[in-house]
Design a protein around this ligand. Structure first.
Ligand code: AMP
Length: 363
C-alpha cells in the first residue's frame, strides 16, 4: 500500500470549516493536556476512547466528543476516519497513538490531517534511524559495542521490542554478558534471534533528565518546554532495599516507566540543552524533510563531567510532558503560567489558521 499523500491531506484540510476545527487524539498517554490545552485555545475537542477507559476523560471533562472504539487500533477504520474528518479534526499523535494504531497504518492509511511530521515517527521507532538522527547532529550518545567480546566497561544491554526497559540488563565483562544471556534464555525471556539483535551500549552513570522541546516550524525556533525524570519499576524500588538484602533477594531489574517527576537542570547546563535541541532540529531537516515539527524529547543522562548524553529521543509529545500540564519553570519564563505542551500545539495551529502556514505544520 502507498503512503498517505500529503497533497490529499492538504486538500482535505482545504475542505474543512476553519471556524470549527476539532483537536482530536487517542485517549491515552498525553491526551489530557493535549485536549485541555486545545480547549484553552478555544478549539472543540474529541477523543477516540477504548471502551472501559473513558473514566479519566469524563471526570476531567477534557473532551466535547467521544468516539468509542472496542480497541485503540480501530481509530484507523474507514468509519472512524470519516467521523474525524466530518468533525474537521486535526489529530495530535502521541506515543500510544503510534504504538496502538500501528506505525504502518499511520503512514499508509490514516487519511486524517495530523499535526507534526508523519514521516519522522519511524525514525524514532527504529534504533538505527534514531542513531542516525543523533549522530547526524554530532550529539553525544552512549558508545555502542558491535561485539560483546569488546565489552571493557559497564554496558547496558537492550533488546528489540523491549522499549520501556523490561529485560534490560547491565554487565561489565564479556563473561558476565554471556552468563546473563544464558540465564535469560533459560528463563524463556529471550531466544537466540533476540541475542543476535541485542543492542549493547556504554552504561552512563548519571542523572536522568528527559528534556521536552517544541520546534515551531512557523517561527523557526526551538523552545525549551520542561524536563522530567523517570520513575521506573523495579529499579527505583530496588534502590530502597539495603545492598546486602538486594544481593540475597536476587530480584531481576527492569526499567518500566510507571510515572514521572518534574525536574530542573543546573542553569549552567542550559547552554548544552539548547545546543543539542538546535542540532537535532538541523539534523532532522537534512535527513527527513521537512524535519522536526512541534514537540520532541531527548532522554538524557548527565554524568559527573557534566556532559548531557542522549540515549533516546521521541519525535512527538513524550509522556513526561504530563509533569507540566499547568506550565513548567521553563514555560513560565517565556509564557507566564499555564503553558502545557498540549496548549503550545494548539497555539501553533491557531496561529497557522490565522496567519497562514498550515501546510508547514500539518501532515
Ligand atoms: P529506554 O527504554 O531506552 O527509555 O531506557 C529505559 C531506562 O533505562 C532509562 O530511563 C534509563 O533509566 C536506563 N538507561 C537506558 N539507557 C541507559 C544507558 N546507556 N546508561 C544508563 N542507563 C540507561
Amino acid at each position: 500500500m502507498g503512503k498517505v499523500n500529503k497533497d490529499e491531506i492538504l486538500s482535505i484540510l482545504d475542505g474543512y470549516d476553519k471556524e470549527n476545527i476539532t483537536i482530536a487524539t487517542l485517549g491515552s498517554h498525553t491526551s489530557l493536556h493535549i485536549l485541555n490545552g486545545a480547549k484553552e485555545e478555544g478549539f472543540k475537542t474529541a477523543i477516540v476512547c477504548e471502551e472501559g477507559r473513558e473514566i479519566p476523560y469524563k471526570r476531567f471533562g477534557v473532551a466535547d466528543e467521544f468516539i468509542m472504539v472496542k480497541k485503540f487500533e480501530d481509530i484507523v477504520t474507514e468509519e472512524n476516519q470519516e467521523k474525524l474528518r466530518n468533525m474537521n479534526a486535526i489529530v495530535v499523535p502521541h506515543g500510544s497513538f503510534v504504538a496502538y494504531a500501528g506505525l504502518e497504518n499511520v503512514e499508509d492509511k490514516f487519511n486524517v490531517p495530523m499535526f507534526g511530521n508523519r514521516d519522522i515517527l519511524r525514525w524514532e521507532a527504529e534504533r538505527d534511524l534514531e542513531r542516525k538522527l543523533l549522530t547526524g547532529g554530532k550529539i553525544r550518545i552512549p558508545y555502542k559495542y558491535d561485539n560483546p567480546e569488546d565489552i571493557d566497561r559497564a554496558v547496558m544491554v537492550k533488546f528489540p521490542g523491549a522499549r520501556g526497559g523490561r529485560g534490560y540488563f547491565v554487565a561489565s565483562t564479556p563473561e558476565e554478558f554471556n552468563k546473563k544471556i544464558e540465564s535469560m534464555k533459560a528463563r524463556g525471556w529471550i531466544e537466540d534471534e533476540d541475542v543476535a539483535q541485542a543492542h549493547i551500549e556504554e552504561y552512563v552513570s548519571g542523572c536522568n533528565y528527559c528534556i521536552h522541546y517544541f520546534y515551531s516550524a512557523l517561527d523557526d525556533e526551538v523552545e525549551l518546554m520542561g524536563m522530567d525524570s523517570r520513575y521506573e519499576s523495579s529499579i527505583d524500588g530496588i534502590v530502597r532495599i539495603p545492598a546486602k538484602d538486594q544481593l540475597e533477594l536476587d530480584i531481576s531489574t527492569s526499567y518500566v516507566i510507571t510515572g514521572n517527576h518534574p525536574v530542573v537542570m543546573r542553569e549552567s547546563l542550559l547552554t548544552q540543552v539548547f545546543d543539542i535541541g538546535d542540532k537535532l532540529v538541523k539534523s532532522a531537516a537534512k535527513q527527513i524533510a521537512p524535519g522536526m515539527n512541534g514537540p520532541f524529547c531527548m532522554q538524557t543522562l548527565v554524568n559527573d563531567d557534566l556532559e548531557v548524553i542522549v540515549f533516546e529521543i521521541s519525535a512527538r509529545t513524550d509522556g513526561g510532558t504530563n509533569t507540566f500540564m499547568n506550565g513548567s519553570s521553563y514555560t513560565y519564563l517565556k509564557y507566564g503560567t499555564g503553558m502545557s505542551m498540549g496548549r503550545r500545539i494548539s497555539l501553533e495551529i491557531k496561529k497557522a489558521l490565522k496567519d497562514g502556514g498550515l501546510e508547514k505544520i500539518i501532515t
